[in-house]
Design a protein around this ligand. Structure first.
Ligand code: 5AD
Ligand code: SF4
Length: 468
């Protein structure tokens, strides 16, 4: 716990280290927290060793993700004792929301626990901590946290690179029976369009070229437009496409039920919308989909995929899968493998079912034994890896625009992003932020290799000159 008063801290350069677990939204949240702390005079450091404040931004989605927290905290407690330094220790994110006070009970070294809905209160919370209080903030705030969080400075945005995240929707009302998100992130909210556009413009002015819109149900985003017309994600994408400097748009994560025709049409008509879609299905068995409360069948999903492919034939599809949901039989699992063969995924994430406290799935009988889960996960991953390799191999020989992000391992090599999200090691002299046409020459297991041909014309912007 910090014993210095804010006055004693004045003039001294304070440092914050934030360790982030979990999804892209946690990455975005960590950035917004660090922007808010920057305004309080805290500078980011990339190690806990010289930090005055350490925040662990946690994930609660599966058991393993949550377990890491307590081993991190134990290490931090020892580090603090050994160094004799005054380090404030905080837990934020979804475990903070789910466990609250229990975290301090298990690890008294923790000074503050803050859920995802109250990050904007961090400056006041730190003042309370400086006075010697322990603070737990897990109430859902009534005020709009996004309106209260400062936007990043231009130089900080540039340091983060040409591709940025922007949360447009948060929370979930779908209540899949395996999932903690409705309990940790709360009910679905959509940020107002004007607020999103203002943030996107600010990012574009600082040099961001690719924007990924985030939401636990991002395609459920909606606002009320003029004359009471309901605006949906497709409308938002069109508005964002008008922003000077932005060249690429993406969004994640989507629910099949909210994949409406206007959004699918945007994939056909909006060249800036990259040909990549993460559309989790979780299982290929109707019985399991029903038990998961997914509100669609395997056939519904396959029909949707067909529509999306008709609109954008070159789209790379990605998905999430859970094996070993309670009651899953060998035939149910076979149905999942069948669906995967039908779809052909460019990439995918698969997990063993992990019972989460407080979710309906955890209460079900017929939990699948660990050895069977292991076996099924391995079989599914073998199939998905084969599809991924086939997809990557099919890119060899193509010429494709790549957004350059950072220097590669070798001289004259840069790492960039293909339209399908797969990273590309490019031989080029082009700087970060440039888009280069690249001839793809080789497929590796998780990346592609190619040679830069011509830089695609765009407004020049230097990531090195920090003219703020
Ligand atoms: N067990 C295993 N995997 C889960 N996911 C969500 N909850 C669980 C759980 N209890 C997976 C889903 C989701 C992804 C983010 O994590 O596949 O789409
Ligand atoms: Fe993990 Fe879900 Fe929280 Fe993201 S929203 S950090 S995936 S529990």
């Amino acid at each position: 716990m910090s014993t210095q008063t804010p006055d004693e801290n004045k003039g001294r350069q304070r440092k914050v280290y934030i360790k982030t677990y979990g999804c892209q939204m946690n990455v975005y949240d960590s950035q917004r927290m660090s922007d808010s702390l920057d305004a309080q005079g805290y500078h980011m450091t990339d190690s806990a060793d010289d930090a005055d404040l350490v925040l662990i931004n946690t994930c609660h989605i599966r058991e393993k993700a949550a377990e890491k927290l307590y081993s991190d905290l134990g290490r931090l407690r020892k580090k603090r004792r050994k160094s004799g330094r005054d380090i404030t220790i905080g837990v934020t994110g979804c475990v903070a929301q789910a466990e609250g006070q229990e975290i301090i009970r298990r690890e008294p070294a923790v000074d503050l626990v803050v859920g995802p809905q109250t990050y904007h209160r961090l400056p006041q919370i730190l003042q309370q901590v400086a006075k010697g209080e322990k603070v737990v903030e897990t109430e859902y705030a009534v005020e709009d946290k996004f309106a209260r969080l400062p936007l990043p400075k231009k130089d900080i945005t540039r340091q983060r690179g040409a591709s940025a995240f922007l949360t447009v929707q948060e929370g979930c009302d779908k209540f899949c029976t395996f999932c903690v998100v409705p309990y940790t992130r709360g009910a679905e909210i959509s940020r107002p369009m004007a607020q999103i556009i203002a943030e996107a413009k600010k990012l574009a002015e600082a040099g961001v070229r690719e924007l990924t819109l985030l939401g636990q149900n991002v395609n459920g985003w909606h606002n009320e437009g003029a004359n009471g017309r309901k605006l949906k994600l497709g409308d938002l994408l069109y508005r964002l496409a008008e922003i000077d400097g932005l060249q690429r748009l993406r969004y994640t994560t989507s629910h099949p039920r909210d994949m409406d025709d206007a959004l699918i049409a945007a994939h056909r008509d909006l060249p800036m919308l990259m040909p990549y879609l993460h559309l989790p299905v979780q299982s290929g068995s109707d019985r399991i989909l029903k038990a998961m409360n997914r509100q669609h069948t395997a056939a519904d999903y396959l029909r949707l995929i067909e529509k999306i492919r008709t609109a954008r034939p070159d789209i790379a599809l990605s998905g999430d899968f859970i094996v070993g949901f309670p009651g899953e039989t060998a035939a149910d699992f076979e149905a999942t493998l069948h669906l995967v063969r039908e779809v052909f995924y460019a990439s995918a994430y698969s997990f063993k079912y992990s019972p989460r406290p407080g979710t309906p799935g955890a209460e079900l009988g017929e939990q699948v034994v660990e050895a069977v889960k292991d076996e099924r996960l391995q079989a599914l991953q073998t199939l998905l890896t084969r599809q991924q390799q086939q997809f990557q191999q099919s890119r060899v020989g193509l010429v494709t625009p790549v957004l350059i992000e950072k220097p590669g391992r070798h001289e004259g090599q840069m790492i960039g992003r293909s339209p399908w999200l797969v990273p590309v090691a490019v031989t080029t002299q082009a700087p970060a932020g440039a888009t280069v046409d690249v001839k793809i020459e080789e497929a590796k297991s998780n990346s592609l290799v190619g040679t830069g041909l011509a830089e695609v014309a765009q407004e020049p912007i230097s990531f090195l000159s920090l003219d703020i």
